[in-house]
Design a protein around this ligand. Structure first.
Ligand code: ADP
Ligand code: MG
Length: 634
C-alpha cells in the first residue's frame, strides 16, 4: 500500500471531526476566541439550533489585514510562539486549528476591525478555499459567522439532533463559558429571539442567578482555599439541594470548563453521609493552578486535562469542601468511625460507657424540654385535627380483605445470612403473624416490633428477622407500580394551582419530548413562558408524602437530561424506582400496627416478582443457630 501525504483540506476535515462535533462546538471555539481577544461584550446569534448559522460578535481587539489573512490558515495562532509557551498556556485557544477546521466543513466569514484602524476587513473561507481579506466598513471588534455546518460532510450532518436539542447544547455551552467570566456581558439569540441575557456583573453568585434562576442561586455556600500552588474558589449547594444528575457540577480550571473524575470523586467524598450516594451536590468550582502544573493539551476540545500532582489537587479540593461544610455545621451523620471525635454542641467530649444504666436513663435537660414541647404540640394537633392519613400508601387498595388467611409467606434468602444453604430453607414467615390481618389495632401484634422507627423486627420458627421498612416498602411499591404500568398509566393528581419552576432550555426540551412518558407516570407539565414550566398534574401516590412537586420534577428532568437518547423503557424504570423511593415510608417514620401488618403481608408478593430497584437487601435474618454461636451456647 502506497503512503500518501494528505492534502491540507483533508487534514483540516479530519481535525474538524475531533474538535467540531455539533453547533455548540462552534459556539465554544468562537466565544473562546472572543474572550482571548479581550472582549467585554459577546453576542451569540444562532439559527435553527446552529445548523444554519452561528454568529459571534465581540468588542475585543480585532484583527488587521495580515492577521485576518492568516486566521483561517491551519496552525496559525497568535497565542504561542515558542515550544515553552505550550507549558504555560494562559489563553483559551492555542492550537490555531479551530477556525481552519470549522471553515473546512462550513461557509465561514469574518468581519473585523482593530479599534485604532479606520477600516475593517472581511474574509471568507469554505471547504479548501480561503479568500483574500477585503476592506469593508466595520465597528471595532470581530464578527465570525458560520453557515451551513457540515454542508460537505453529509454523514456528520445526519448525526445532528433536532433543533431543540442542538440549541439546548448551545445554551449549556454558553453557561460553561459565561460562568467563569461574570464581568463579560453575554447575549444569546435563537432565530432572532433573545433567549439569554447576561449583564456584566461582579459576582459569580449573580451570574449563577442570571443563568439558572434564584432556585439554584440561593443558599449556596462559599468555598475558598489558597495554597501557594493551587487556589480554589467557588460556591456549592447544601446537601439537601443535591440533584439527581452530575450536570449541576461545574468545575473550571484556569477559566476553562473541565470534566475530571478525580475532582468529581472529591466532591462525592466531601458530601458522603450528608446526602444519598446517588445524589450529586450542586457545585461551581473555580481552580487556579500554575499553568506549568497541568497539561491541557491531552484532549481535542481540552475538556479533559492532566495534572502533574493529582494527589495534591484532590486533597486540596476535598479539604476546601470539608471546611465549607463544617463551617456550615453540616457534618456527615452516618460517619460512625468518627463518632465521639467531635462532640456535638452542648455535649462534653467524654463518651458514656456503652450501655451504662445512667446513659440509658438520662435525657439531657434541653432534650427533655424539647420532647415536652413536642408532646404538647402533638396533643394540640390531635385535639384540633381529624386523624392523620396513614403514611403507608399503596397504589391500590389491599387486595385481601381483613381476616382472610394468607398463604405462608416467603422472604428472600439474604446474602448476609451466614448459615449454610443446605441447613435452612428459604425464610418462612410463620402463620403466627401473617395469617391474620387485624384492621383496627394500633399496636403491633405480638412478636412484631418496630425499632428506632426504622426497622421491623420479627421472628420465624428458627430465626430473628430484621426488615428495613423503607427498603421493603420501596420494593413493594416498585413491583406494584410496574404491574400497574403494564396495564395502563399511573394515576395523577391535578394541582389546584399549578406550580411553576424555571428550567434550562435543555430541560424544557426534555419535558416536551418526553411528555408521553411523563404522562404514563401521572405527570403533566406545560410550558409557561420562555424558561418556565408549569406542573399541572403530579403522581397521586406522592400526594400527602411531603414531596414538593417542584423538587420532584427537577429530579425527573435531571434524569431525563442524563441520557437524552435512552430508550423509554429504561428511563421509565429509573423514574419508577425514584417514585417508589419517594413514596415509601422513610427510616424514622413511626408505623401503626396495621401498617406493619400490611407491609409484612405484601412482602411475599413483592419478593416473588423481586426486581428490586436498587438491589439493596430488605431483610436481614439471624438464625437461632447464629445466635447460639454468638452467645457461645454451642
Ligand atoms: P487559536 O485560538 O488556537 O489561536 P483559532 O483558529 O481559534 O486558533 O484562531 C486563530 C487566530 O485568529 C487566533 O490566534 C487569533 O489571533 C485570531 N482570532 C480568532 N478569532 C478572533 C477574534 N474574535 N478576535 C481577534 N482575533 C481573533
Ligand atoms: Mg481559538
Amino acid at each position: 500500500m502506497a503512503i500518501n501525504v494528505l492534502p491540507v483540506h483533508l487534514v483540516n476535515k479530519i481535525a474538524a471531526g475531533e474538535v467540531i462535533e455539533r453547533p455548540s462546538s462552534i459556539v465554544k471555539e468562537l466565544v473562546e476566541n472572543a474572550l482571548d481577544a479581550g472582549a467585554t461584550r459577546i453576542d451569540v446569534a444562532v439559527e435553527e439550533g446552529g445548523r444554519k448559522l452561528v454568529a459571534v460578535t465581540d468588542n475585543g481587539g480585532g484583527m488587521d489585514a495580515a492577521d485576518a489573512a492568516l486566521a483561517f490558515a491551519p496552525h496559525a495562532t497568535s497565542k504561542i510562539t515558542v515550544e515553552d509557551d505550550l507549558y504555560r498556556i494562559g489563553t483559551l485557544g492555542f492550537r490555531g486549528e479551530a477556525l481552519a477546521s470549522i471553515a473546512s466543513v462550513s461557509h465561514a466569514h469574518i468581519r473585523t476591525r482593530r479599534a485604532a484602524e479606520e477600516s475593517g476587513w472581511e474574509i471568507e473561507a469554505s471547504a479548501d478555499q480561503v479568500g483574500d481579506p477585503k476592506p469593508c466598513p466595520a465597528g471595532p471588534g470581530t464578527t465570525v459567522s458560520i453557515r451551513d455546518l457540515f454542508f460537505n460532510t453529509p454523514a456528520r450532518r445526519k448525526f445532528l439532533r433536532t433543533i431543540n436539542t442542538e440549541f439546548a447544547h448551545i445554551s449549556e455551552q454558553l453557561a460553561r463559558l459565561a460562568l467563569p467570566h461574570p464581568q463579560v456581558a453575554f447575549r444569546l439569540t435563537h432565530n432572532a429571539r433573545e433567549v439569554t441575557l447576561l449583564p456584566a456583573v461582579d459576582s459569580t453568585r449573580q451570574r449563577i442567578v442570571d443563568l439558572f434562576g434564584e432556585d439554584v442561586g440561593a443558599d449556596l455556600l462559599a468555598v475558598s482555599r489558597r495554597d501557594p500552588k493551587l487556589a480554589i474558589q467557588g460556591l456549592v449547594g447544601s446537601p439537601a439541594a443535591a440533584r439527581g444528575a452530575a450536570k449541576w457540577q461545574f468545575v473550571f480550571l484556569n477559566g476553562r470548563y473541565i470534566r475530571d473524575r478525580l475532582l468529581s470523586h472529591a466532591l462525592r467524598e466531601a458530601y458522603r453521609g450528608l446526602c444519598q450516594g446517588d445524589r450529586y451536590p450542586v457545585a461551581f468550582l473555580f481552580l487556579e493552578l500554575d499553568p506549568g502544573e497541568v497539561d491541557v493539551n491531552v484532549h481535542p476540545t481540552k475538556v479533559e486535562v492532566r495534572f502533574r500532582d493529582t494527589q495534591m489537587v484532590h486533597g486540596e479540593l476535598l479539604a476546601a469542601l470539608k471546611e465549607t461544610l463544617n463551617r456550615s455545621h453540616l457534618h456527615p451523620s452516618a460517619d460512625l468511625s468518627r463518632a465521639g471525635e467531635s462532640p456535638a454542641p452542648g455535649q462534653t467530649g467524654q463518651r458514656e460507657p456503652l450501655g451504662s444504666l445512667e446513659s440509658l436513663e438520662k435525657t439531657p435537660a434541653s432534650e427533655a424540654a424539647r420532647q415536652d414541647s413536642i408532646r404538647a404540640a402533638v396533643a394540640d394537633f390531635l385535639k384540633s385535627t381529624p386523624p392523620l392519613q396513614p403514611r403507608l400508601s399503596f397504589p391500590e387498595p389491599l387486595s385481601r380483605s381483613a381476616g382472610t388467611p394468607l398463604p405462608t409467606a416467603t422472604l428472600p434468602r439474604d446474602p448476609f445470612v451466614s448459615s449454610s444453604p443446605s441447613s435452612s430453607p428459604p425464610l418462612a414467615v410463620s402463620r403466627e403473624y401473617v395469617s391474620e390481618v387485624r384492621d383496627i389495632s394500633d399496636s403491633p401484634r405480638q412478636g412484631v416490633l418496630q425499632v428506632h422507627n426504622s426497622y421491623i423486627v420479627t421472628q420465624t420458627d428458627d430465626a430473628v428477622v430484621i426488615i428495613d421498612q423503607h427498603a421493603l416498602h420501596e420494593r413493594i411499591l416498585y413491583n406494584e407500580l410496574k404491574g400497574r404500568l403494564a396495564e395502563g398509566k399511573l394515576a395523577g393528581q391535578r394541582l389546584l394551582i399549578p406550580e411553576t419552576l424555571t428550567v434550562t432550555a435543555a430541560e424544557a426540551d426534555a419535558a416536551a419530548s418526553r411528555a408521553e412518558l411523563l404522562g404514563r407516570l401521572g405527570i403533566e407539565v406545560e410550558p409557561f413562558g420562555p424558561r418556565t414550566l408549569a406542573i399541572q398534574q403530579f403522581p397521586s401516590l406522592l400526594t400527602g408524602r411531603g414531596v414538593s412537586p417542584v423538587e420532584f420534577l427537577r429530579e425527573v428532568l435531571d434524569r431525563l437530561a442524563e441520557d437524552e437518547a435512552a430508550d423509554p423503557e429504561r428511563l421509565l424504570e429509573g423514574l419508577l424506582s425514584m417514585l417508589a423511593c419517594k413514596a415509601a415510608v422513610k427510616a424514622g417514620d413511626p408505623l401503626t400496627g396495621q401498617e406493619i401488618d400490611s407491609l409484612l403481608a405484601r412482602a411475599a408478593e413483592a419478593d416473588k416478582a423481586s426486581s428490586c430497584p436498587h438491589g439493596r437487601p430488605t431483610t436481614l435474618r439471624l438464625t437461632l443457630k447464629d445466635l447460639e454461636k454468638q452467645f457461645h451456647r454451642t
